[in-house]
Ligand binder design. Structure first.
Ligand code: PRP
Length: 219
């Protein structure tokens, strides 16, 4: 490999906060801020190339070692699993997995077999298996709130950030299944082969997270 590290970052909600973290650490993220349709960008003042990818693909690229590092939500990690080091909780992208139902319905009130819609079928199956409940899980690709509205499902398991989407669609959360946030992950071989560079990068990120926490009065 070259002496540059490669990091895959999840496009969408996590990208802006990843850029803010990197910029606070002194990295020039100009090319990533104005990406156009280009998917790979070099940081001019630090030996790092940024790859913009969909969340599950971030894990795939890191697992296969074509990216040394990745930034991905814990929700995707819980759903997809994989073999890598999860080295840092980045704090941002904080949300929760919730079980939600239509307002006024009584999910636990009957013994009738339940149908659950989710973008996260593996996580949902494991969640109900842990409760000893046998449910039928249907995979939905997005806007999963539609499933109970249209009568396809009795409930959904989805990530909730502000709760606005649930509310706007007449749904209410009844249980939190897990708290999630963005994680920095590292390929296992890269961690050994490029230890010094990766350590340097982790230290830079951690210093910013510590400073951010101290500014907000947390830990
Ligand atoms: C996510 C999630 C909810 C919504 C929650 O969807 O699946 O629909 O955000 O956010 P809120 O609690 O702040 O309202 P996303 O916007 O990623 O779109 P998608 O449903 O099309 O995947």
């Amino acid at each position: 490999m070259s002496d540059r590290l490669r990091i895959a970052i999840t496009k969408g909600r996590l990208l802006e906060q990843s850029i803010q973290l990197f910029e606070a650490a002194g990295l020039d993220c100009g090319p990533v801020r104005d990406p156009g349709r280009r998917l790979v960008h070099s940081i001019p003042n630090y030996p790092l190339d940024v790859v913009l990818a969909k969340a599950p693909d971030v894990i795939t690229y890191v697992e296969h070692g074509v990216c040394d590092l990745g930034i991905v939500g814990q929700d995707t990690i819980l759903e997809k699993g994989g073999t890598f080091f999860s080295v840092l909780d980045l704090g941002f992208g904080a949300c929760r997995f919730a079980l939600a139902i239509q307002e006024g319905s009584d999910f636990y009130g009957s013994y009738k077999s339940k149908r659950i819609a989710s973008k996260y079928p593996e996580f949902t199956r494991a969640f109900f298996a842990a409760k000893g409940m046998d449910v039928d899980v249907i995979k939905i690709e997005g806007s999963v709130e539609l499933a109970p509205i249209l009568g396809l499902a009795d409930a959904i398991v989805d990530i909730v950030e502000t709760g606005a989407t649930l509310k706007a669609n007449g749904l209410v959360p009844v249980e939190t299944a897990a708290q999630v946030s963005a994680r920095l992950i590292v390929n296992i071989a890269s961690m050994k082969l490029y230890k010094n560079q990766i350590d340097d990068f982790i230290v830079k990120c951690r210093a910013q997270l510590t400073e951010r926490d101290s500014r907000s009065g947390g830990m």
